[in-house]
Design a protein. Sequence first.
Lengths: 313, 506
Amino acid sequence: MLTVIGKRLVQLVPTLFFVSVLIFSLQQLLPGDPALVMAGEERDPEVIEEIRRRYRLDQPLPIQYFYWIKGVFSGDLGESMRLNVPVLDLILQKLPVTLQLATMAMIIALLIGVTAGVVSAVKKDSWVDYAVNVFSLWGISTPNFWLGIMLIFLFAVTLGWLPASGYVSPLEDWRQSLATTIMPAFVLGNAIAGVIMRHTRSAMLQALQSDYVRTARAKGLEERVVVLKHAMRNALTPVITLGALEFGTLLSGAVLTEQIFTIPGFGKLIVDAVFNRDYAVVQGVVLVTATTYIILNLLADIGYILVNPRLRG
Amino acid sequence: MKRYTATGLLAATALAASVGLASAQTTLRIGLAEDPDVLDPTMARTYVGRIVFASLCDKLFDIDEKLNIIPQLALSHETLDDGRTVVIRLRPNVKFHDGETMDAEAVKASLDRHLTMQGSFRRPELAAVDKVEVVDPLTVKLSLKTPFSPLISQLTDRAGMIMSPKAIKEAGDKFGQKPVCAGPYKFVERVPQDRIVVEKFADYWNKDAIHIDRIVYQPIVDSTVRLANLKSGQLDLIERLLATDIKDVRSNPRLKLATVTEIGYQSITINVGKGEPAKGPLGSDPRIRKALELAIDREALNQVVYNGEYTVGNQWVSPENPYYQEKYPVPRRDVAKAKQLIKEAGVATPIVVDFMVPQNPETRQAAEVIQAMAAEAGFDMRIRVVEFATSLKEAEEGRFQAYMLNWSGRPDPDGNLYIFTKTKAPQNYGGYSDPEVDVWLDEARTKSELKERKAIYEKIAGKLLSGEGSLLYLYHRKWLIAHTARLEGLQMRPDGLVRVVGLKAK
């Protein structure tokens, strides 16, 4: 198992290098001029020239890249043009927020998705199965922004139970933190729950028809044990992959949901940065997200090995 | 507005708890339409940042509701030497948030920083200033390179914000991370894209007019969500309400609406002199431009898109402004005359126009209404919706024939006209150039009497509004602020900023 991890870690280096070149060159394709955007309404040519000089926008691309990557190796991701704050500080500030939201969303998604998937597979073709299927389709097809606004109107404006938006760190007040994040986490989790449910259901159906389940039943095991211990454990492998990938997506920021609920996470950070052509921030965030994504993939692989001993070789 | 420590999970107000407010303190929560940029008066450039500065940094001068210049940190000013010298007398006994004294030395330090710091956005605004001298502890003298009457009006904005000399020395270009000024509130903390917190400054020179202990600014980009927060009581005041939400606010007894006509304008910039696109009929023939103007019914546009809430206009200042030229009233729609002008010009219809519109639901809707109106006169306005940052670049390079753009406005008419009309000026996107207009624009800057200046602007209006100009002014928006009915004492000024002095919670 250690060799597997070691191999994957070595693969990380060229992948990240490729990602860094890609981010850097792709964002040059964005139309518009960062110096012009940054100047806001004060578009004096002299000032704009100075911005270009200061952020090396007047230098050729390879040189700009060189300076950036040199900084990255020494832990300096550059400075936000808009806020004059180091990008690393911004990322460290947003990371816990996004992590919290993603974890909550994932817990909700797994609770709903796996339970619904298992139940509908066991009760295949019954009304429960149909109901769960309709629910899952609803989850997949409901747009996040719509569900978000509806939840705000229901729980914040009409009922007044939850704050409409904003964010409080759990370290300051965990109950408030829960109150501010439960709606966005549900919106995000709901969408993923549908996908997880579909995957769990088909994997479970397959598992339930397999020989070892028949054997388990023939041994006279309780149905509960057959389903939960024998079938589900095997069925979980694809769900873990899916979960890890979805979690990675969540970590890269839930753009619309964060925007609606004003959650100051990665999604909001990157959207604002793109619109303001705050290149250093975009580069920094994408690099961090890409790294996280790759690491999560690695963790998913380790996860397989843990649930499925046959892969330990 | 009183926030009490909550007992239950849902009753707690999110931020009050997070900043550990005592129960009897009053907190004002303001919803902003965007996250401000850096909070450094020298480096700042966004409108939304000015809203926050209104509580943090007092300026030498301010404007009143009629756009008159009134003293703030200054007591008075005097223009000498044919406009080449301006002497400013300062208010005594003013302290900065760090306890330092606000005096002539401090004013000099701030103005010098605006003038010399690398990356300063204030330099163009103060370009006329040659040097700043301390006459005595409460008097500063500004020597100008040339007479420049809009100078005092520049000092009603960020260029006039005075920062603690000690803080600018210590923080350098990091000043914006913890601004230290002489405003009614001092900086507490900022979490980008989440909140900016300020608290009452006990030694403020006008402290008796400050009734709220703490202000939390929260950027909430989505206007629907901003309003939902106000309705649910999470926010006490929101800026830039959508015109379409006015009805909703008016019908809610717990909310109040405050409005004022902006000092800026919404216009269509026409490319008359930049590259190939300018060579079309619209860019090359003033009659066609006049025809386009006559095809547009500004009042109907206002009714359809903005519920009739905005002020229609045809000049760079609104009809309520003392510099408005009554001689040139808003023209009525006249499609027959528009068609006749096109016929006279001998141009075949439909006249195809590349109409660049920045992405924004309201602006886009207005552009569609204009498109429909102009079609009746023979124009084919081809709307091209472009994201804002991209549109700036396109405009700069002249890749448009018509460009829908708004200007937030400056208190002095010069700020609404000069940079858009003078030959090769930074925001003259349409490439307009007229040597006579150039001379008049500069001349108006040297005069300080309203009557004299207005007479010069009248000559400019005669040219620009005849169809020759490159800007077609349409209407002046209203700054729309919605707040809880418990809030009293909000003074609306034409710049739309939220002035916190005098605000009270019932």
